[in-house]
Design a protein around this ligand. Sequence first.
Ligand SMILES: [Zn+2]
Length: 196
Amino acid sequence: MQSRRDAVLNLASLLHHAPGSESEVEAEGLLEPSAELLDADGLTLDGPAEWELHVINTGGDDDFVVSGEVRATAVLECRRCLTQVPVDLETDFVYPMVYRPSEKPLRLEELDEAEEELLVFGQPEVDFAPLLTELLAIEVPITALCKDECLGLNEEGVNLNEHPELAVQSQKKPDGAAKIKGLDEALRELDRKNQA
Ligand SMILES: [Zn+2]
């Protein structure tokens, strides 16, 4: 499957109320969001996002429900050593959706009650790329570690995973770390507890 910049579904067949018109539209694809979308959500991806979407007409005039899934691999910086860490993201979703003819792109509107959200589309051709990108961004963890035992960087910025012999040395002189307000005291407290 070819990856695309957009994730467009044509929902025209759902908008006709004539007998025999379809009541669902299904599609899947590979999305490589534009730099603009990625920047807006502060997202870096490794490869395209896989998505699936399923829109059904719920029987009302212009009322629909969209459900779907999106998966991708994000790239984060290890919080200790700053190397790049791949993080798998996966999310599924269900939104009520309504058709209100306009020039505006697909958008989420807050419903007053119960913090529910409603997707509003204005054209039969709907690009889900911004929504899918945003949903991935929400799944990104705040921080990442390249491995649990990551040794981080020393004061000179040397990656201690690559030079573990330097790690022992820097642990012996915690002067740099002690500059953080309150940490010095917290460490002394810990020492006291350990000795007790
Ligand atoms: Zn690391």
